[in-house]
Design a binder for this molecule. Sequence first.
Ligand SMILES: C[S@@+](CC[C@H](N)C(=O)[O-])C[C@H]1O[C@@H](n2cnc3c(N)ncnc32)[C@H](O)[C@@H]1O
Length: 430
Amino acid sequence: MNFLAPAVSVLVDYYRRPQDNLRLVLARFLRGYGGGDKGALTRTVYGVVRKEIALDRVVSLFQSKPGQQPPLPTRVLLRIAVFLLLYSDSYPEYAVVNEAVGAAARREKPFVNAVLRQLLRRKNEVVERIRRGDDPVLAYSISPLLLAGLRRLGAAGDADLEYLDREPVFHLRYHPGRLTAEEARKLLERAAIPCRELPALGCFETAAAGRFLEETERLGAFYIQNSGSQAVAFAAAARSRREVCDVAAAPGGKSLTLACLRPELRICASDVSAARLRLLEQNLRRLRLDNVRVFAADALDYPAAEARADLVILDAPCTSSGTLRKNPDLKGKITPEALRDSASLQRRLLDAVAVRFPRSLLLYAVCSFLSEEGEEAVARAAVPRGFRPVPLAPLLERYGFRVKQEEFGVYLLPSDLNNDLFYISLLEPK
Ligand SMILES: C[S@@+](CC[C@H](N)C(=O)[O-])C[C@H]1O[C@@H](n2cnc3c(N)ncnc32)[C@H](O)[C@@H]1O
């Protein structure tokens, strides 16, 4: 269990600047880390953040002075130890307790020891209380705000909550014009990437993203894109005719898949962030796609001369609530204020795009299940501009997505395709 001290270090760093992205904090640490247990370290760091609500609740049960706040490193150490005791069976209990007490600051050792030994004495009762399921906030470590959003969609049953609380899987796409499915399968086999094929989507699914990233030389024909994100590109591919503007395109998943599926289309991929567009440019070069023109532009003030498209994609910035599996740190970050700000930007973007592209089909998407960012945003910004919904559910269901149809768009719910949750609305002008 040599990863205990490194895990404390990563998490203390993260909790000191909680607005930082956990993935980036961990990646920064791993670049200079020589230990051979990167997998256990990564699983523990993500697991602690994923289960933070439950872990803090458990620790509070055993604090002799309610509300007592030990120093941050001690709190983090306790979260890690409780996580390993309750959610992992890879380490003997005595080892977890001894190592955690050993790693605590001298003054904090009695406190850490007392909390963990009390937990061990009442472990069965605690596990029963967490897993009984009558308190989903505790059982699935999810905030009341997110739970309410899922309930609104009828997606807050145990199976859906458990789905969102799981470790993520990753989807690997390739350019079907450059590689057959058989060739893609063989390349992945030779690189020893365990995966399952999703033939309806034309991609592969793997839990071994780390292995994939170590093999980027050999697997240069592939790129990662979650199946939910692919759904947006499938809708665009089915409905565009000649020219598409993807006005919030970076880092570029939708444009890339659309360009692969419809190489004869002319695609303009823009984003307010030139830096974020670099990955798209690299991927276009790597996959030898020449039908995408990339440039920086603000969709709130999109250049009129560029506004020629029969279909415009607005994949708007959002809270990303639908990506909790790979971004468990969002569980605690999506506050009512963050949601309000995000929804306000989405309405402004929708309005600006509706005005700039008054005769184009408008494909609006967010990787969020919160209606303020989905159905409500469309109802408040695009519908008053005369846009009307075009049915999308039949197309997406043919791919195997589980969808919830609303008045103006659909939500992608948890499904066997392991998709992130999305809201997608296809709108046509008056
Ligand atoms: C959800 S991401 C887009 C993901 C992308 N479509 C893909 O498939 O990879 C939202 C993007 O909106 C961009 N953005 C934010 N405000 C914008 C604005 N005013 N104009 C254009 N892009 C903006 C962000 O830089 C970010 O890259």
